[in-house]
Design a protein around this ligand. Structure first.
Ligand code: HEC
Length: 144
């Protein structure tokens, strides 16, 4: 009995250690991306103080008018609950959840993040998102 417990503990320990290491690595990669958007936001507006999860949520949920009519909102593909898996409204392909609590690798690769903001903001808003909007969005998702 005790031997089984010890074996279970030994078997799970490295997994837990790896998971928290990965989560920490994700956090610092995400922080670096946010720091970059913060620098851009400050350059665009010296009064910039901080990103806002609330503004990020509004961006996520707003039904915009300027984009592709199939995708009026970020929720068109990512669903109203960021913890849920999404579905691409154009192709029907599944999309992994965007909430960081369920998907810690979210917003950790700056090239992917930039590419996808470029595509998705054009599709939904009909224009590029500003650095402020990108930082707000990631800040909202990091708390979800
Ligand atoms: C047409 C469907 C669609 C819509 C609408 C959409 N997205 Fe996405 N989004 C995707 C797909 C597909 C991916 C890439 C697959 C993945 O990351 O799981 C993605 C990924 C992302 C990523 C990259 C995340 C990461 O971890 O690198 C960001 C950022 C993003 N979306 C932002 C937005 C924002 C902001 C909106 C609303 C303005 C939005 N998306 C609306 C389909 C969509």
């Amino acid at each position: 009995m005790i031997r089984t417990l010890v074996l279970v503990a030994l078997a799970t320990m490295p997994t837990l250690a790896t998971m928290s290491t990965l989560a920490r690595a994700g956090e610092s990669a995400r922080d670096a991306i946010l720091a970059d958007y913060a620098a851009q936001s400050r350059a665009a507006d010296p009064a910039f103080a901080a990103f806002s999860a609330q503004r990020g949520e509004t961006l996520f949920r707003t039904e915009w008018a300027g984009g592709d009519p199939r995708t009026p909102s970020c929720t068109s593909c990512h669903t109203a609950d960021p913890k849920n898996s999404g579905r691409n409204a154009k192709t029907g392909r599944p999309i992994d959840p965007v909430a960081v609590s369920v998907n810690p690798s979210r917003f950790t690769d700056s090239a992917d993040v930039e590419k996808q903001f470029g595509r998705d903001c054009k599709s939904v808003l009909g224009r590029a998102c500003t650095a402020l909007e990108k930082g707000d969005y990631i800040t909202f998702m990091a708390g979800q």
